[in-house]
Design a protein around this ligand. Structure first.
Ligand SMILES: [Zn+2]
Ligand SMILES: [Zn+2]
Length: 367
């Protein structure tokens, strides 16, 4: 079957709307008709050639997708045609040591969940040649062909545009605060970067009972957003030294938890240097593969910890419905996270707005 998709052909070039051939679902694969997709920084990393993904073939990016199951392979048991689902990059095998230990977000055996074995007919092709899918999803397309272990069912009253965000950015941010960091109610928090992920960390920290949440960014518009979703203090990094500002806002102590939400070495260093004694820095942003993080030995307080967080340490089949329940209860603001809506043809404009720091999230709608 033909589908329309936004295809990356060359690094640093605009995506092009093209027809791509999609195979039938085999085994445990499903076809989902895309209704909404968020536009995420990780896609931009691929376009800019600073990701670990190969760009030797045409590439359908996009992974923050939500939609309706349209067809299922013969071995599918989890979903039925008509189910509403959200896709998540954390496809899991369910049988490796990490999955069995309760950490399916770092599954070590999901190669064939993400893509078919290379000897098989590819899921997506153009004139018989392989077209890659970002993370086994490829949501910048009318339809997504993927493994059933890459989706979670959601209630049908949840709007697709809000649901899509929870598949990546919100899951990553809220989970970093509630699952990865070890935050306890009453603690203090600083969040470096107030884009889609940073705003989600702020919301997670608020839900988790943080008593002080300091947002750091270079754009006043993002700091305003940060305040509206739960930041108690803001620091504009172009005006004040963020580390000094965080220390002065915490009576010289530093914060119990600092989060890096962009993927910059400089911000990782600031997060580490902002910690209180026994504080924890949780690095959420994705740095370029060869990046180094350097800090002075004296700058880090006694018994501090530095850790990474992968997709909010999620167990997404339970976390995504839980976070959507927070949304329903008014505890998690997804409505104001969506700065802009557009169509698939607006994809390149969405990346421009992201680079300019104009948006928390753009969402593309297909209906
Ligand atoms: Zn993402
Ligand atoms: Zn696994």
């Amino acid at each position: 079957m033909h589908i329309e998709a936004a295809v990356l052909r060359k690094i640093n070039e605009p995506l092009v709307l093209e027809h791509v051939d999609m195979d039938k679902p085999r085994g445990r694969e499903i076809v989902v008709r895309t209704v909404a997709t968020g536009v995420c920084h990780s896609d931009l990393h691929v376009i800019e050639g600073i990701s670990r993904y190969p760009t030797d073939r045409p590439f359908v990016l996009g992974h923050e997708g939500a939609g309706i199951v349209e067809a299922v392979g013969p071995d599918v048991t989890y979903v039925q045609v008509g189910d509403h689902v959200v896709a998540c990059l954390s496809g899991f095998c369910g049988t490796c040591p990490q999955c069995l230990d309760g950490h399916p977000n770092v599954c070590t055996n999901n190669g064939e969940i993400i893509a078919r074995p290379t000897a098989d007919v590819p899921r997506l092709t153009q004139e018989g040649g392989l077209v890659r899918q970002f993370g086994g999803i490829g949501s910048y397309a009318e339809k997504m062909l993927m493994h059933e272990n890459m989706v979670v069912k959601i209630d049908k009253d949840i709007p697709f545009d809000r649901a899509a965000l929870v598949g990546c950015g919100v899951l990553t941010g809220v989970g970093a605060a509630l699952r990865s960091s070890g935050l306890r109610a009453g603690q203090t928090v600083a969040v470096f970067g107030a884009g889609g992920v940073g705003l989600s960390i702020i919301q997670g920290a608020k839900i988790g009972g943080a008593r002080q949440i300091i947002a750091v960014d270079q754009f006043d518009s993002k700091l305003e957003m940060a305040k509206s979703v739960g930041a108690t203090h803001t620091v504009n990094a172009t005006q004040d030294d963020p580390v000094k500002a965080v220390r002065s806002l915490t009576k010289g102590l530093g914060v119990d938890h600092a989060f890096e939400a962009v993927g910059l070495s400089k911000l990782c260093r600031m997060a580490i240097e902002s910690l209180a004694v026994r504080g924890t820095a949780t690095l959420v942003g994705v740095l370029p593969p060869e990046a180094n993080i350097e800090f002075n030995w004296l700058a880090i307080r006694p018994e501090c910890k530095v850790q990474t967080s992968r997709m909010g340490s999620n167990q997404f089949r339970t976390d995504i419905p839980n976070y959507l329940e927070f949304y329903r209860q008014g505890k998690l603001d997804l409505d104001s996270m969506i700065s802009k809506r557009g169509r698939l043809s607006d994809i390149n404009e969405a990346f421009r707005a992201m680079k300019a720091g104009e948006v928390a999230r753009s969402v593309l709608m297909f209906d």
